[in-house]
Design a protein around this ligand. Structure first.
Ligand code: SF4
Ligand code: SF4
Length: 428
């Protein structure tokens, strides 16, 4: 099977594809196969199509692009696969090939170029866009747009509901600061703040720092950090992801630390795989391997360290939705559950099919809105059945999606990150 030398970084080889023995054990774990029951939209079917395209037996056609675009990159199939297929690596490579070799329609090309290359890598542009969005949300324009039904006419009603609510104060002002541990110092961590999170999850970032410092951690927030590149890498926009990784490798070289901590599972999964973005003979590869070994999801880090801050009782029934890139990408299942159970008074109840994607999946809810909403509807049905007052999760994207789900389906449930619950239990 030919490899594509034009795509930089670690390239899957024949054995990576051949590991799929067509057993089909992944099929019922795949959200898109569960929705449509189509082999072409299953992990096994997608891998087969990748092989045929790589061998030149099938053209890189719009049909192929459609089946690869419809994949959530949730990696649930990786967890289910007994043969060790690293599906995430394969689909990201297929997307990189599509990016290099397939001409998408004009609007899609422009939008992708704007989001991945001209917006996310630039903090000042994110701040400007967020201020405009905040004006729309606070000036009454949003209420008018929703009330008049204009969004429905334009076919934007569902997408508009998924927009993040922009914070009053951005987190960008905290970059470059160090927050000292409260009480006895137990660890020193470097905090990854995200990109959109700086404007839409500033309160979550602040809560994360409070929880870490209250549990004895010095928290360093590097000033030069940028977007991790996850959205670009997942979309196949590899050069942008590599450029961002290069800058972050420098920004996070802050000397001695116990871990690089993130509260975003989607970012964490990519940060832990920065080494895949560089081939072994590139100078960045060795630094990336060291960097990857230091990255921890905040739940993983806190569960490992052990909570030392006193938690006040909180009478609430809480369920938990796994973030795909925490469970399937990073194989972290127990840590968030352990932290939730540690809060006195919390009645923890498992969410059926918590390991199946909520439909957020990076920009999937914007690019494949219909499928995303179908997955969300099923998710909210199960969430409602738990009778939990709170749905906890561990990724900003999932928070947005589940909050929209609670609103659309009127479940009345609060959706919080695990660290926000810990922060609340600490009395912050
Ligand atoms: S479970 Fe693994 S080996 Fe089996 S069909 Fe799916 S990807 Fe292939
Ligand atoms: S990554 Fe998710 S959506 Fe894509 S094939 Fe695997 S299980 Fe299905």
């Amino acid at each position: 099977m030919a490899t594509q030398a034009s795509i930089p970084g670690t390239i899957p080889v024949y054995e990576d594809y051949a590991r799929c023995v067509h057993c089909g054990l992944c099929l019922n774990h795949c959200p898109t196969y569960r929705l449509w029951q189509l082999e072409a939209d299953s992990p096994r079917g997608r891998i087969r199509q990748m092989i045929l395209v790589n061998e030149g037996q099938m053209p890189l056609s719009s049909g192929f692009v459609d089946h690869i675009d419809k994949c959530l990159d949730c990696r649930s199939c990786e967890t289910a696969c007994p043969s060790g297929v690293e599906y995430g690596k394969l689909v990201e490579h297929a997307r990189a090939r599509i990016e290099n070799e397939y001409r998408r329609p004009w609007f899609a090309r422009m939008t992708r170029d704007f989001v991945f290359n001209r917006l996310l890598p630039f903090p000042e542009r994110i701040a400007t866009a967020a201020k405009l969005l905040r004006l729309y949300q606070r000036s009454g324009l949003q209420a008018v747009a929703r009330g008049t039904g204009i969004l429905k006419v334009m076919g934007l009603a569902e997408r508009e509901r998924l927009l993040p609510r922009i914070d009053d104060k951005f987190f960008f002002g905290e970059l470059g600061k160090t927050f000292p541990a409260l009480g006895k110092r137990r660890a020193r961590v470097v905090f990854f703040a995200g990109c959109i999170a700086n404007v839409a999850f500033a309160r979550l970032n602040e809560a994360t720092i409070r929880v870490l410092t209250a549990n004895g951690c010095d928290v360093v927030v590097p000033g030069d950090q940028l977007c991790c590149g996850a959205l670009a890498a997942h979309a196949g926009v590899r050069e942008t992801a590599r450029a961002l990784a290069r800058k972050n490798l420098k920004a996070f070289a802050t000397g001695d630390c116990d871990a690089i901590v993130t509260n975003a599972a989607g970012c964490g999964s990519t940060l832990k795989e920065y080494d895949h973005l560089f081939s072994v003979d590139e100078p960045e590869h060795a630094a990336a391997v060291t960097f990857c070994s230091m990255v921890r999801d905040v739940t993983e880090f806190l569960a490992g360290l052990g909570l030392s801050a006193r938690l006040k009782p909180m009478a609430a029934r809480v369920t938990y939705q796994d973030s795909c890139h925490l469970l399937h990408g990073q194989k972290v299942r127990e840590a968030p559950r352990q932290l939730l159970r540690a809060i006195p008074g919390v009645e923890f109840v498992e969410l059926p099919y918590a390991d199946i994607c909520c439909g957020s999946a990076g920009v999937y809810n914007v690019t494949q809105t219909e499928a995303s909403l179908e997955l969300l509807a099923e998710k909210m049905e199960y969430a409602k059945k738990t009778s939990a007052q709170v749905i906890a999760t561990a990724n900003p994207g999932c928070l947005l999606q589940l909050r929209a789900g609670a609103e659309i389906h009127g479940t009345g449930q609060e959706v919080l990150h695990v660290v926000e619950l810990l922060d609340r239990a600490m009395g912050s």
